[in-house]
Design a protein around this ligand. Structure first.
Ligand code: NAD
Ligand code: DAU
Length: 337
């Protein structure tokens, strides 16, 4: 048995990762550490409760992280403050969790010589112009725009420095926008699905021309497992599913259509300040060297089956999202969004 510590395992991607691991990777014993912020939900792990250990705690707690890291072989680090709009309202939790939390984990990993995989984002590279056909690669210079992405970039830099200066055994992955079950309804896709389910028109920031390179969460997590199994220590891997031809307007129109509304049944709202325009990922290194491929790659937006599955999940899990809906929409309304 390999002991696997998953930070942030009660959040969106982390809980999908834990469920995926329990289902497909019986060689791992999983422990989750999660602070259960507004974004973490114990119910996300209900289906695997009897197969994992769960610790409620903060990754900035050095004594706790020391104890947990010592007991495990591999640490997969998902825990973060993850929402750009929140980072514009109050950046401090982002600095604390994303930078100090990652530092705290690195120090424990260094002390006990454990393997770390650090989960990062495409946003560390900044954005591309809408008409720029280039894609981010592992060697694209960092140029983050928001408090969220700058703290994620800082955490990547810490990991790189700890690898080089202290020989910490780590890998990093930078993934594009995820969608799928258990995503918090503050985020673009679940917000629009639950808006429609609530009789509210979906909300598109600005013109909706911005491009996100959408990937299904299971494809992201399968890539993380391949990196754990076959990745080279010290390396960074970009994860993306080649959806960089899809803009926000196309996504919102597709959701409206799939949910039986007219394609135009949405409204434009205030744009996000400093809104990143285009993300596009070149994942050829991961595909070539480690043999990863996304499974959700179909027709015009590459998201049809994944979106249908996601819509169905929110339709059948109203008890999961309904209690938060009013507060999330009230916070957006204050910003004219
Ligand atoms: P999320 O906000 O849904 O989940 C984050 C989890 O971390 C929550 O369960 C929260 O309770 C926990 N957490 C927050 N602060 C903590 C702390 N101090 N100590 C312990 N736990 C804490 O986020 P997500 O969308 O699942 O993202 C997970 C990771 O993936 C993040 O590192 C994010 O930067 C990265 N990422 C996300 C995406 C995306 O599209 N969502 C894409 C690429 C990379
Ligand atoms: O690119 C990876 C990143 O993707 C991750 O690192 C972040 O953790 C994750 O939150 C996500 O960041 P974005 O800011 O791209 O995702 P969000 O879901 O907030 O918004 C996606 C796009 O949709 C973005 O261009 C803003 C727009 N949007 C968002 C909301 C919430 C809208 O048009 N309307 C909305 O209501």
């Amino acid at each position: 048995m390999t002991n696997l510590l998953v930070t942030g395992g009660a959040g969106f991607i982390g809980s999908n990762f834990v469920q995926y691991t329990v289902k497909h990777k019986p060689e791992y014993h999983v422990t989750v550490i999660d602070k259960l912020t507004y974004a973490g939900n114990r119910a996300n792990l209900e289906s695997v409760n009897d197969r994992i250990e769960f610790i409620e705690g903060d990754i900035c707690n050095a004594e706790l992280m020391d104890r947990l890291v010592a007991k495990n072989d591999i640490i997969v680090h998902f825990a973060a403050e993850s929402h750009n709009d929140n980072s514009l309202r109050n950046p401090w939790p982002f600095v604390e969790t994303n930078i100090v939390g990652t530092y705290t984990i690195l120090e424990a990993v260094r002390k006990y010589d454990k393997r770390l995989h650090h989960i990062s984002t495409d946003e560390v590279f900044g954005d591309l112009e809408l008409d720029d056909p280039n894609r981010f690669t592992e060697s694209t210079p960092y140029n983050p725009s928001s408090p969220y992405s700058s703290t994620k970039a800082s955490s990547d830099m810490l990991v790189r420095a700890w690898m080089r200066s202290f020989g910490v055994k780590a890998t990093i992955s930078n993934c594009s926008n995820n969608y799928g079950p258990y995503q918090h309804i503050e985020k673009f896709i679940p917000r629009q699905i639950t808006n429609i389910l609530s009789g509210i028109k979906p909300k598109l920031y600005g013109t909706g021309e911005q491009v996100r390179d959408w990937i299904h969460v299971d494809d992201h997590n399968a890539a993380v497992h391949i990196i754990l199994e076959k990745g080279t220590l010290g390396e960074t891997y970009i994860i993306g599913a080649d959806n960089d031809h899809v803009n926000n307007k196309m996504v919102i129109e597709q959701i409206c259509e799939l949910m039986g509304k007219g394609k135009d049944w949405y409204e434009h709202v205030n744009d996000r300040p400093g809104h990143d325009q285009r993300y596009a990922m070149d994942s050829s290194k991961l595909r070539r060297e480690l043999g990863w491929q996304p499974r959700y790659t179909d027709n015009q937006t590459g998201m049809h089956d994944g979106l249908l599955q996601t819509i169905d999940w929110y339709r059948t899990h109203e008890d999961w999202w309904r209690p938060q809906k009013e507060a999330v929409e009230a916070a957006y309304a204050k910003q004219g969004q």
